[in-house]
Design a protein around this ligand. Structure first.
Ligand code: NAD
Length: 492
């Protein structure tokens, strides 16, 4: 496939009320990418004034009912158009995300974009099949329990998989009839700016979908604190997630949804007989995208009697995920998103060594430019679950191997974390699998698998990994509220 990045026609402005605008103050962000230093300067940095204008436009579009009151059949058709338009622009959208985040083009093109398209199609197909409720009939009275939109909602998202993570939010939000203001991460605005134009072409009326690129502390905070926004839905770190709750409390108590960080445990029992398969699945899920995935299994807890054998397989498997040039279509792993994130991950690896851990890194090397922010797949052994590298979210290609005496201890180590996003148990013993499913504290537990969950199941954490769920029909509940309509009848 021919990938000519110089031929991309890149739109860098905000999208408000159906038009691209440079922002009242015409300020921009400056940044270079983390692979070859490509200059990404000039993306609009919105300010408070732009937030005001966008909220007014979104409110107006909501109040006129131009989208909210559109018949379900028509809304579904519009969203299916959007899926088709994304498919038509798949290559360009994947290139934009690669240019900014330096994740491998192959990942975006072959995995993320198809997933985003599928999310839209799945949700659009659900919208006229997901019924509201009513009480059982009784003499003289009847009640319906209706899901109604929230109104104007804000969505704030991270950089690690813009097309997918954002679709999980804006798709159910729009389908429930809300008007949306989306603030992408500073490191991944371009594909979402492009998406805005596609929403208009698909038939989403102006003002209903707005994109405000800019800094979190300015645009994100202004959205969180705004009194005319009815809901704020955030994906990102737990630290910022906690701020979002505060913004809501300090303003109008807007509804909050949070998808935050993780330190997910991958538990391997002595009764797992195919340890090589388990190691293969672990390597794929922690080293893919250089470990920059919220639900990546970054802690593997293994029964002591099998740890040596398991780690030897993991060392073999990690060679598959050596990073290289993200713009080269054949490469399945690109770089860390930024210099700052690269330094942070390296810092954790050094810290693990300082804390007494043994650090192993993949041996293969791929061709890449000097100074590229790539980190070799890294396995840390010899540390307990109390080490900082075992407790804190590194968000890099680093897995900590922690030993346990038996399976019960492994699960209790797995649960000893502030996070609760995902978890897994690998075993051939049905009783152990059942025990694991019931005792692992996570929003999503995998048995003998990882990451194969689909659109028809909810995704989201417990504990400090978040509040609420993305994906599946349950996501519609997040972007709506219940209204009871009680009717009394005299009889005839
Ligand atoms: P981040 O929390 O730094 O930023 C996320 C978003 O919040 C960005 O758009 C940023 O601009 C904005 N933001 C930053 N400061 C803000 C503030 N003070 N007020 C309002 N908004 C603010 O996270 P990140 O570094 O972009 O992404 C990595 C994190 O995201 C990791 O912790 C990862 O686990 C998490 N994540 C979670 C999921 C999930 O579904 N649970 C998915 C992807 C990423």
């Amino acid at each position: 496939m021919e990938l000519n990045y110089n031929e991309l026609n890149i739109e860098k402005r905000a999208f408000i009320d159906g038009e691209y605008v440079s922002g009242i103050k015409r300020e921009t962000m400056s940044r270079r990418n983390s692979y070859d230093g490509y200059d990404l300067s000039g993306i609009t940095a919105c300010g408070h004034e732009d937030v005001e204008i966008a909220v007014r436009a979104a409110r107006k579009s909501y109040e006129t009912g131009v989208w909210k009151d559109m018949p379900l059949k028509k809304k579904k058709e519009v969203m299916l158009n959007l899926a088709d338009l994304i498919e038509e622009n798949r290559k360009e959208l994947a290139m934009l995300d690669t240019l900014e985040t330096c994740r491998a083009f192959q990942n975006y093109y072959e995995d993320s974009l198809p997933k985003a398209i599928e999310t839209i199609r799945y949700s659009a197909e659900c919208i006229d099949k997901y019924y509201d409720a009513a009480i059982p009939p009784q003499k003289g009275a009847y009640a319906t329990i209706n899901r109604i939109p929230l109104g104007v909602i804000a969505i704030i998202t991270p950089w690690n998989d813009p097309m997918v993570v954002d679709a999980w939010k804006y798709v159910p939000a729009l389908l429930m009839g809300n008007s949306v203001i989306l603030k992408p991460a500073e490191q991944s605005s371009l594909s979402l700016i492009k998406l805005a134009d596609l929403t208009l072409k698909a038939g989403i009326p102006k003002g209903v979908f707005n994109v405000l690129p800019g800094y979190g502390e300015i645009v994100g905070k202004a959205l969180g604190m705004h009194n005319d926004i009815n809901g704020i839905f955030f994906t990102g770190s737990s630290e910022v997630g906690k701020m979002i709750i505060q913004y809501s409390g300090m303003s109008n108590m807007k509804k909050v949804g949070l998808e935050c960080g993780g330190k997910s445990p991958f538990i391997v029992s002595r009764n797992c007989h195919d340890l090589k398969r388990a190691a293969k699945i672990l390597a794929k899920n922690i080293f893919y995208n250089q470990g920059q995935i919220c639900s990546a299994p970054s802690r593997v807890i293994v029964e002591r009697v099998i740890v040596e054998e398991f780690v030897s397989y993991l060392k073999e498997e990690c060679e598959e995920y050596v990073p290289g040039n993200p713009f080269e279509h054949r490469n399945k792993v690109g770089c860390i998103v930024s210099k700052e994130q690269y330094q942070k991950v390296k810092g954790y690896i050094e810290l693990a060594e300082f804390e007494g851990g043994v650090v192993y890194q993949a041996k293969n090397k791929k061709e890449k430019v000097e100074g590229a922010c790539c980190i070799q797949p890294t396995i840390i052994t010899g540390l307990s679950n109390n080490a900082r590298s075992s407790q804190e979210e590194i968000f890099g290609p680093v897995v900590s191997v922690i030993e346990a005496e038996n399976l019960k201890e492994a699960i209790s180590i797995g649960n000893d974390s502030r996070y609760g996003l995902a978890g897994a148990i690998f075993t051939d013993d049905l009783n152990e699998a059942y025990y694991g499913a019931n005792h692992i504290e996570a929003g999503l537990v995998h048995i003998n698998s990882w990451g194969e969950d689909e659109n028809n199941t909810p995704f989201g954490g417990i504990k400090e990994s978040g509040i609420g769920k993305d994906r599946s029909i349950y996501a519609f509940d997040e972007y709506s509220q219940l209204k009871t309509v009680w009717m009394t009848f005299q009889g005839i």
